[in-house]
Design a protein around this ligand. Structure first.
Ligand SMILES: NC(=O)c1ccc[n+]([C@@H]2O[C@H](COP(=O)([O-])OP(=O)(O)OC[C@H]3O[C@@H](n4cnc5c(N)ncnc54)[C@H](O)[C@@H]3O)[C@@H](O)[C@H]2O)c1
Length: 255
């Protein structure tokens, strides 16, 4: 079933060089959007763009470190100049749980703040649009991953959960602030998804089975399942959806 919900739209996706960002870029392009694939890893972004081209879609790539406010502003401006507009912004770039407090906050929270702050202003100026922030189940509750290892807490423990709760807060605040100006701001909250970020789970004995068991559906998710939710939130099918933190987690947060 081909859908053209995003025909004529332009989307900027951060962290589009891997995992959830890549699949969201492919999905939005398949629904008709021209996609700027931005990533700190330019080769990853180029691979995504090549896959979009294989399917007949339109895209461009750029190297972007979301921890630089000027670079985020430049990415928004470049999307408009290279692809001719901006209608959708997915602040998706992120790092996993193994980093310091400062690194985690800087990519996963400050990076999303720069995108939402400057992106909402630009979208409003252009007449409206949709922002999708990739939060997490860790934006809604604490994580049980400590049960996987019997080690002392590392520096940065809890930073991922704090950052993702912050992303949900930013999402709600900007949804309220910009709702009247035609900019919808929502978050998607994935459960554990098979991407390079979670690849090490299966290196731990029983890791995948334990993580799967935390989801009432008894499995981890696939990045395409998050991309489907992101495309919905980006589209006019979500025209009255604003300020939600949508779990896409097989029921993880339902219990
Ligand atoms: N995989 C999961 O289980 C899961 C669950 C919930 C939320 N998330 C969130 O989904 C998002 C995408 O994660 P993923 O699983 O696809 O991981 P991934 O590692 O496959 O992809 C993340 C991408 O972000 C890029 N990136 C990292 N730092 C960056 C920076 N400073 N500037 C620009 N790009 C940067 C990486 O190069 C990579 O291409 C993240 O925000 C992550 O926290 C993932």
């Amino acid at each position: 079933m081909a859908m053209d919900r995003l025909e004529g739209r332009v989307a900027l996706i951060t962290g589009a060089g891997s995992g959830i960002g890549r699949e969201s870029a492919l999905r939005m392009a398949s629904e008709g959007a021209a996609v700027m694939c931005a990533d700190i890893n330019p080769e990853g972004a180029q691979t995504t763009a090549a896959q979009i081209a294989e399917h007949g879609g339109r895209s461009a790539t750029m190297e972007l470190d979301v921890t630089s406010e000027a670079a985020v502003q430049d990415a928004l401006a470049q999307t408009v100049s290279v692809l001719g507009g901006l209608d959708v912004l997915m602040n998706n770039a992120g790092i996993g749980g193994a980093y310091s407090w400062d690194q985690t906050i800087s990519v996963n929270l400050t990076g999303v703040y720069y995108g939402t702050f400057h992106g909402a202003a630009l979208l409003a100026e252009r007449g409206g649009g949709a922002i999708i922030n990739t939060a997490s189940i860790a934006g809604l509750a604490g994580l049980l991953t400590g049960q996987l290892r019997d080690e002392p807490l590392q520096e940065g423990a809890g930073a991922y959960v704090a950052a993702k709760h912050g992303v949900v807060g930013i999402t709600r605040q900007f949804a309220v602030t910009y709702g009247a100006r035609g900019v919808r701001v929502n978050a998607v909250c994935p459960g554990y998804i098979h991407t390079p970020m979670t690849a090490q789970i299966s290196d731990i004995e029983g890791g995948e089975a334990f993580i799967a068991s935390l989801h009432p559906m008894g499995r981890m998710g696939e990045p395409q399942e998050i991309a489907a939710a992101a495309a919905f939130l980006a589209s006019d099918d979500a025209s009255f959806v604003n300020g939600v933190a949508l779990p896409v987690d097989g029921g993880y947060t339902a219990r």
